[in-house]
Design a protein around this ligand. Structure first.
Ligand code: PLP
Length: 475
């Protein structure tokens, strides 16, 4: 009695596939009339109309006109186990029937939150026994800001409040998240960053590595952290935050020398290290957490997205023993938290999602089988006349569209920005059954971890076809 009947699920699904229920023009009209979308030029969207997504199954989506599309972005880097997982909807339904909500304030707790916290401590890297739940990745990074400052206050270092981040980082869209991030367009709106947050350069070899090997550049980019620490004053720096692989900035994979050197510098000055694994966590790079892949020992790990595969919102911070010990042993209220911290329904979804990842060995598959296969197949796109550079790591990858290729990646000739070639290419992808995101002229993917070898072949062929269409258009 606690699960939706198979007949009900089937009837909803078949209605979605039949399309009679969806009057696209009417939905678009209402969408324009009432719905302000995130990160969107409202005027432009209202002129063109939004694409209406109605159903998902595995790695595919269908829109309101019945068109099938391969979702190369896992929704928004989050649908790790793919669409249509009935066991997650059943877990959510059961929890809603039992206890849809209760808060974790005022010395109360709930069973799924306790179970999930315990499970996360089990799959986290060594030295993580605690978690602080939030509703999103942005709130997770707000929590980091409050928590590292609280930590240093409790340690008796009230001056240690500055957080160092990087240009072109993405850490969310709340005021603290956007300030920690290094997106110029976000900073320009609303007077960001807030005080106490400073930025250094990103480890982007293509952008700044000319004349160096990748390894040399990795050390150089890490040295910018030490320069900034000395500029701010080591006794004023609370923490350094970074995404192990920058996602929204364009899938920027740092040289192998970068993170170990960052770790060494943080250790040298006693600075806390925050790994923002909102994208990289939960198997995306072939480990439960990418910190393991890059050999770093962060003090705090932000997570969201893949924890529930996006089925319901959930985020949080894994709190390492160094910080947790001080917060707990010194006592006193931490005046921070959210209504939905430890939401029982979200935690129930996460538990089932993690069970699926384990049962289907998705982390191991990406590490040992499909990740290396994707790397190999994606690299073949490098022979396309438009493609000047490809790179990948686990289940994220990107390629750069260039006007002409040089002898080295630094000698490639870029397109004039005004041509927006990335957006043109994205349009061809979108209209031909492939979702690939454009960051300037870099085209990126982060497919669901359930993608098979055959589906990787299908995706790479589809990308090549859309690159051909783009080439024909602009050459
Ligand atoms: N941190 C990183 C690395 C992200 O990629 C994102 C979202 O894309 C966030 C934080 C913010 O997460 P949310 O959109 O859930 O607030």
């Amino acid at each position: 009695p606690l699960a939706p009947s198979a007949a009900l699920v089937a009837s909803v699904k078949s209605a979605a596939t039949r399309n009679e229920l969806f009057d696209t023009a009417a939905i678009q009209k209402l969408d324009s009339a009432h719905y302000l979308h995130p990160f969107t030029d409202f005027k432009q969207l209202n002129e063109n109309g939004a694409r209406v997504m109605v159903r998902g199954e595995g790695i595919y989506l269908w829109d309101s006109q019945g068109k099938k599309v391969l979702d190369g972005m896992s929704g928004l880097w989050c649908v790790n186990v793919g669409y249509g997982r009935t066991s997650i909807s059943e877990a959510v339904y059961r929890q809603m029937e039992t206890l849809p909500f209760y808060n974790s304030f005022f010395n109360t707790t709930n069973v799924p939150a306790v179970q999930l916290a315990t499970k996360l401590a089990e799959i986290a890297p060594p030295g993580f026994q605690h978690v602080f739940f939030t509703g999103s990745g942005s709130e997770g990074n707000d929590t980091n800001l409050r928590m590292v400052r609280r930590y240093w206050d409790l340690m008796g270092y009230q001056e240690r409040h500055t957080i160092i981040s990087r240009h072109n980082a993405y850490h969310g869209s709340t005021v603290a998240g956007a300030s920690l991030g290094g997106m110029d367009g976000m900073h320009a709106q609303g007077g960001l960053p807030i005080p106490g947050i400073v930025h250094i350069g990103q480890p982007n070899y293509l952008e700044a590595g000319q004349g160096m090997t990748e390894d040399e550049f990795g050390l150089k980019a890490a040295s910018w952290l030490e320069d900034k620490i000395l500029e701010v004053g080591a006794d004023k720096v609370a923490a350094f935050i970074g995404e192990p692989v920058q996602g929204a900035g364009g899938v920027i994979i740092p040289p192998a020398t970068y993170w170990p050197e960052i770790q060494r510098i943080c250790d040298k000055y006693g600075i806390l290290l925050i790994a923002d694994e909102v994208i990289c966590g939960f198997g995306r790079l072939g480990k439960w957490f990418a910190s393991e892949l890059f050999g770093i020992r962060p003090d705090l790990i932000t997570f969201a997205k893949g924890v529930t595969s996006g089925y319901v919102p959930l985020g949080g911070v894994l709190v390492g023993d160094r910080v947790a010990k001080v917060l707990i042993e010194k006592g006193g209220d931490f005046n921070h938290g959210f209504t939905y911290s430890g939401h029982p329904v979200a935690c129930a979804a996460a538990l089932e999602n993690i069970r699926i990842i384990e049962a289907e060995q998705l982390v191991q598959r990406v590490d040992e089988d499909t990740g290396p296969y994707l790397k190999q197949r994606f690299a073949t796109l490098g022979d396309h006349p438009l493609v000047g550079y490809t790179s990948s790591c686990g289940f994220v990858a990107g390629l750069n569209l260039v006007r002409s290729k040089g002898a080295t990646v630094h000698e490639n000739v870029a397109f004039d920005e005004a041509l927006s070639v990335g957006m043109v290419c994205r349009g061809y992808m979108f209209n031909n059954g492939m979702i690939m995101r454009a960051v300037g002229d870099r085209m990126i993917i982060a497919p669901p971890l359930v993608m098979t070898r055959a589906q990787i072949d299908e995706m790479v062929a589809l990308i090549r076809h859309c690159l051909d269409l783009t080439y024909e258009d602009i050459k």
